[in-house]
Design a binder for this molecule. Structure first.
Ligand code: SF4
Ligand code: SF4
Length: 436
């Protein structure tokens, strides 16, 4: 029997060999941590500190601005030296708190609780919320919101997403290999919060060591299954993962909870465990620093707020010829950078420095030649060609007829287009011009 998968999708070169065997190492704490007040989908936080205030590691510096929001914490101990707009990896200026590290590493008081599983669902959810946990796979949706489905949407399955289908990235792979028990504990907490009896862990078959180690970690847990999935992009997108593992389809415009499913990334599961077990907020994450433009590709445990330039130094710096492009996130869905002075945030899964071997700049794109390749591979069954044509001509409203908002910007259509049409950019433009 073939491995589980979904319709459509593509097979870009993986390049995972650059960092997949590199064990996670702790990066140096930054001398100045830049903590953006918006690191998640939803309302930005409001700063609760002022310039000159001494803060501890793990202390809240920004309170959530609504239910769909998540607090932000200091990743160092030290003094607040600035509050203002600073460049972020999404190309925008984002209100941020800057903390000068005093190197004392003094923690704010944490609520250690070895007996965390005896807490009730509301208490566990509150601990997750207070820890500022958001989807660490890159989506950055606040985790407590996913764990608060309305009563009319009962959940019967939780999936932990270990697909890591973006080329180059290996942070989730290493987490599964190095911290399997903690990931499973995170899954069990999510299952308890949601009152769910069945848990799944989805892993692409290009990570056989992670699949074996996670299978060993769930041995004896009759209600948790590890599913090995076909290697295909975007296997790790929530809707594709649910189709591959459970053969359920999220309706157009709907959410996984509409079909009884909640999905969390492996890094998020580990963060959930650490929040409930140790009371630890999200102040660090694993980041893959890789690409042929990097001398020593690595998986680093990095404090939130560390400048990306520091990570590049810790990975040996750029090769002598330098990269032609630096991307934060994966190469398919990440953002190209014009400055390396942006901070790592909760959603930073990777920093990729590409050489001319890996990336060929295209100055011009051509007309749509109606080849249909983008339609064949769109995992959502959309017509990307029509979305790009309407958006290009400024007929943004017409894009809605072609289910504009079902596009989750995976980039597969742009990847296969022989005319090099920037279809995702056209989609983003149309989305910004019309209301859902
Ligand atoms: S239209 Fe959207 S969902 Fe479909 S392939 Fe393109 S980016 Fe992916
Ligand atoms: S792949 Fe490009 S050229 Fe082919 S139909 Fe789609 S947009 Fe047109």
């Amino acid at each position: 029997m073939g491995l589980s998968t979904f319709e459509g999708g593509i097979h870009p070169p993986e390049h995972k060999e650059l960092a997949e065997h590199s064990a996670i190492v702790e990066a140096k704490a930054p001398s100045r941590a830049i903590i953006p007040l918006s690191q998640h989908i939803g309302a930005p936080c409001e700063s609760i500190v002022e310039i000159g205030k001494e803060v501890k590691k793990g202390e809240v510096v920004g309170n959530p601005g609504g239910f769909v929001s998540a607090p932000v914490h200091s990743s160092v101990s030290g003094k607040v030296i600035a509050i203002g707009d600073f460049p972020a990896s999404n190309g925008r200026m984002v209100p941020s708190v800057v903390i000068e590290n005093d190197s004392k590493e003094e923690w704010a008081p944490l609520k250690d609780d070895p007996d965390y599983m005896s807490r009730n669902a509301d208490e566990l959810r509150e601990m997750i919320k207070n820890a500022g946990i958001v989807g660490l796979g890159g989506a950055t949706f606040p985790s407590h919101v996913k764990l608060s489905p309305p009563k009319e949407k009962p959940i019967d399955a939780v999936i932990i997403n270990g697909a890591e289908c973006e080329p180059y990235l290996t942070a989730d792979h290493r987490l599964m290999v190095e911290s399997p028990k903690e990931v499973v504990e995170g899954l069990k907490i999510v299952m308890k919060v949601l009152g769910v009896k069945k848990g799944y862990i989805g892993i692409e078959s290009n990570k056989p060591d992670a699949a074996r180690i996670m299978s060993e970690a769930v041995a004896g847990e009759s209600n948790i299954e590890v599913h090995v999935l076909q290697v295909k992009y975007p296997q790790g997108a929530e809707k594709m993962l649910i189709k591959s593992i459970l053969d359920r389809e999220v309706p157009a415009g709907g959410l996984p909870m509409d079909i009884g499913v909640v999905v969390h990334n492996v890094g998020t599961a580990l963060a959930i465990y650490e929040a409930c077990r140790f009371g630890k907020p999200i102040i660090e994450r694993i980041v893959t620093v890789t690409g042929k433009g990097i001398k020593e590709p690595k998986n680093l445990k990095v404090r939130i707020g560390t400048p990306v330039s520091q990570l590049i130094e810790e990975a040996g710096g750029f090769i002598d010829d330098g990269p032609v492009k630096v991307i934060i996130g994966g190469p398919m869905m990440g953002f190209a950078q014009y400055s390396l002075d942006v901070p790592v945030t909760k959603g930073t899964s990777g920093v990729i420095a590409m050489t001319s071997d890996e990336y060929e700049p295209t100055e011009k794109f051509g007309p749509c030649i109606r080849c249909g390749r983008c339609i064949d591979i769109c995992p959502m069954g959309l017509m990307p060609s029509m979305l790009s044509l309407f958006s290009e001509k400024g007929f943004y409203e017409d894009c809605k007829e072609y289910n504009l908002f079902d596009c989750f910007e995976c980039g597969s259509c742009t990847y296969v287009c022989p005319s090099k049409r920037p279809i995702v950019q056209f989609v983003r433009l149309a989305k910004s011009m019309v209301k859902p």
